[in-house]
Design a protein around this ligand. Structure first.
Ligand code: ADP
Length: 425
């Protein structure tokens, strides 16, 4: 999802606009020009590029490298016309990084390739309301049979006929046991499409609660505790809540991994990532954000933030400790195959624009049986070095990404990195 997009939209930015091609010849040919827009630890990006020889910051339009939190100002079609130019986003990343698009693409691809989509990501329902009351009623009418079918009290009764065509068997909802618990709690999660960092994420147990939430978000609300601005949205993902997560000392967590994709459709995964833990003991009777949302942007407001571990973050080796080595041995390989799978869903629309690349933040949760579930794919993942662990990982992750995507273009130097090449699609 579009991290920090809202603030960034108000920012002006240098861009590769339609500049006459010959203009580059007016510049010093032995210098490479870059521009890094502010935000999301941009000073780290600047420091990483300045470590390299012959790079100079510029506010000019004539840039060899541009880094921005979003790609609103990039003109992909005119890139590299006269000189090598590279930008830090892929043109159609939104196909995976917008919550609704990810679900849509996973569903479509699974259906045509005979894979069961709700084995990869939690059972989800996308809605687009355009803020019209009558659409809201229509959507609720479509979602209600799904909601009803999986209500614990209805589980053993006759299944309701769901409004799916019979040939849609690969998206036909089934309820995995990780989504219901023995106490018969019944929780769904609502996610506004355009927001991130936990903003607007809400829980509901009944259709009435869902209706109230949808009305609030379509009209716009400032009530949400972790957002400074208003939250207004007309499209959402409704997703089944993972009620039996794997817990670390009784607390919930998710896993953040970095994935680098180049314009050649090479996919790399950084060989280290981290788990983000909540500050409170897991408890389904209380729908408190500090218990259920593991985003750093949420947890940093908790009175217990950093009490159990610095920045509420732990490394892969600590995850291995908690899982008797299963994380590296069996979970990571499954996660890698889901990452590759996610890109296969948009392989037919992928645009190989020279030169573009992107670093994505993948979020996974593990259920009580250590089965990984894809939660979301972030553009502009948080680069704040909010713990000693991230101070160690993030600068290296960025530097090694530049060794793959920038250095070979400008210096022809290719060095080994901590990014593992998964494959080229
Ligand atoms: P955002 O873009 O706001 O970070 P996410 O979809 O990543 O939205 O959700 C935020 C957090 O909510 C996740 O980090 C995770 O802790 C929790 N979460 C999201 N989806 C689920 C789910 N289906 N079941 C359980 N927890 C979830």
């Amino acid at each position: 999802m579009l991290q920090q997009q809202v603030q960034d939209q108000n920012q002006t930015s240098t861009s590769f606009l339609s500049i006459p091609r010959y203009s580059f010849s007016l510049l010093n040919p032995s210098v490479y020009y870059y521009n890094v827009a502010p935000g999301n630890n941009s000073k780290l990006i600047i420091a990483t590029i300045q470590k390299r020889k012959n790079w100079q910051e510029s506010d000019n339009y004539l840039l060899h490298f541009q880094w921005n939190m979003n790609d609103n100002y990039f003109r992909y079609t005119t890139l590299s016309q006269s000189k090598i130019q590279i930008v830090n986003h892929l043109p159609n990343h939104r196909e995976l990084t917008m919550k609704c698009n990810l679900i849509k693409n996973l569903k479509q691809f699974c259906q045509s390739n005979k894979r069961y989509v709700w084995d990869i990501t939690p059972l989800s329902f996308t809605i687009d309301l355009y803020a019209k009351e009558k659409d809201l009623d229509k959507v609720l009418k479509e979602f209600t049979p799904i909601y009803e079918q999986f209500k614990p009290s209805n589980n053993k009764k006759n299944p309701i006929n769901l409004p799916f065509k019979s040939n849609n068997q690969y998206i036909q909802p089934k309820m995995h046991r990780s989504f219901l618990d023995e106490e018969n709690n019944y929780i769904w999660i609502l996610k506004p499409n355009e927001f991130n960092r936990g903003r607007g994420i809400s829980f509901f147990r009944t259709i009435e609660e869902l209706k109230i939430l949808l009305k609030k978000f379509t009209q716009g609300t400032s009530e949400y505790q972790f957002s400074q601005g208003q939250i207004k949205s007309s499209s959402f993902v409704i997703q089944k809540y993972i009620q039996r997560p794997f817990l670390l000392d009784g607390r919930k967590f998710d896993i953040r991994l970095w994935v680098l994709v180049t314009h050649k459709f090479d996919i790399y995964i950084f060989n280290q990532g981290y788990a983000r833990l909540s500050s409170e003991m897991f408890d389904l009777t209380q729908l408190d954000a500090f218990i259920h949302l593991t985003n750093n942007a949420v947890q940093k407001h908790s009175k217990n933030y950093g009490f159990f571990e610095q920045g509420n973050q732990i490394s892969y080796s600590e995850l291995d400790y908690y899982t008797n080595g299963e994380f590296t041995k069996s979970v990571l390989p499954k996660i890698k195959s889901i990452i590759v799978f996610s890109w296969m869903t948009i392989q037919h629309t992928f645009k190989k624009i020279k030169y573009s690349f992107e670093i994505f933040g993948y979020d996974f949760m593990l259920d009580e049986n250590l089965k990984p579930w894809l939660i979301e794919i972030n553009t502009n993942p948080c680069l704040e070095e909010s713990s000693p662990l991230l101070k160690e990982l993030i600068p290296k992750m960025i530097d090694h990404a530049f060794k793959i995507v920038i250095d070979p273009l400008f210096t022809k130097i290719q060095e080994p990195t901590d990014w593992d090449h998964l494959l080229q699609l």
